[in-house]
Design a protein around this ligand. Structure first.
Ligand code: FES
Length: 132
């Protein structure tokens, strides 16, 4: 019984002091240089105001909710992964089960999808829209 007591003591000490250390190391920085500049996705003229365009190869939807404001979202439906296809009346439509997503923020306007289309970063430089 004495030995057991000793072990408990050690345990208790461990618990009291915790694993120690502030932990949290440095954030891993993804090396790799090469900004993909000049790799334009679209021209602003390609994106209708109040609508948008699906870029199937890049799996991106670019929209222009209001004049001069451009947004991009993943073109992969959050329901079951179909590619969204068309944009009309302010929504991005998935043809598989007819989910609709807002062109403004990707939120679900009607299901069955329950999660918004993730927004993607783009850079607009003059007339050229580039995936950031
Ligand atoms: S996969 Fe898009 S609505 Fe079902």
């Amino acid at each position: 019984m004495r030995r057991l007591g000793g072990q408990f003591g050690r345990l208790r000490r461990l618990l009291r002091h915790g694993p120690g250390g502030p932990g949290a190391g440095s954030a891993p920085s993804d090396g790799g240089g090469g900004a993909a500049a000049g790799n334009a996705l679209a021209s602003t003229a390609d994106i209708p105001e109040g609508g948008g365009k699906v870029f199937a190869d890049q799996k991106v939807v670019v929209t222009q909710p209001t004049a001069g404001e451009f947004k991009a979202f993943s073109a992969t439906c959050t329901h079951q992964g179909c590619a969204v296809k068309s944009i009309a009346d302010g929504v991005i439509n998935c043809p598989c089960h007819n989910s609709n997503f807002s062109i403004t923020d990707g939120s679900v306007k009607s299901g069955p999808a329950t999660k918004p289309l993730p927004e993607m970063k783009i850079t607009v430089d003059g007339e050229s829209i580039t995936l950031a």
